[in-house]
Design a protein around this ligand. Sequence first.
Ligand SMILES: C[S@@+](CC[C@H](N)C(=O)[O-])C[C@H]1O[C@@H](n2cnc3c(N)ncnc32)[C@H](O)[C@@H]1O
Length: 279
Amino acid sequence: MMNAHIINAHIMNATDSLCVGGFESYYRSLVQYFANNKRDNLSYTQFRISTNRAKSQLKCDKEAIFYTVAYAWTHYLSAKRLLTQTFESIEFNAQNNSWQVIDYGCGQGIASLALLDHIAEAGYAHNTSIDLVLIEPSVISLNIAKFLCKRLAQACGIKLTVQTQVCHLDEAVLPKQNACSKTLHLMSNIVDIPEVQDSLEHITDLMNQIKGEHVLAATGPIYPNNTEGFNKLYNLAPEVLDCLVNKQEFFCNEEYKVTGGYWYTRDTDRQFLALKWQN
Ligand SMILES: C[S@@+](CC[C@H](N)C(=O)[O-])C[C@H]1O[C@@H](n2cnc3c(N)ncnc32)[C@H](O)[C@@H]1O
């Protein structure tokens, strides 16, 4: 009932599409609403100033909707590409998959939603259970992330529990006990943020206290701040590890251009890193 009170009506409507057609339907539904109701929504300038180009935590529903319309599709596609490539190299199978998943700076949960879509599309939904930990300083974003992940998992038949931490990464506490014995760490579009870079040592220390198998999957756009974050992450990771993916990739995708109000084909360049180790 709490969700019904908190979640914005337009996000609620789009969630019905999410449950039927996955994240693409959710994104298209919110774009359609935004395109038809521009006066009720934020301009790019307003959003850019109030959120420091989406690096700072979101503070209201309008910012959450703008973020989805402007950035979510590219973020989703890059998370999905990375996860597909990562799962090709690790044991993720039709028998039984039980994972603890930690989504750092999860925002509205795009990387976790890409994971749930991937599992469903690969045909593993009914053999998968996930204990999801969402960490994010924005209460607005975190509530949306929790709501969307629960609804999508339920629609796909994936067993899911969700824990949330409303905090910055330097205050995050990771669960030491891991009933799943496998932990997937998701870092989507956060390692360029200076405060996140400053917290990476704290986070990797905590990761090393969790027993079992670990996979870390990180992605973000290619630009100097991000490269710095990826290098720091790579250097902090344990020495004995498999590097499953470490590359830059370019792809084209059709996306709504929020500044012009039209659809166009966008060239996207992304950094992908996936590491695996055992504690
Ligand atoms: C560009 S968004 C990425 C959100 C999401 N992971 C995605 O891929 O769409 C950056 C996110 O990092 C969060 N953030 C900013 N500083 C943070 C910090 N120090 N610790 C944790 N999260 C932080 C913001 O609130 C925001 O949700």
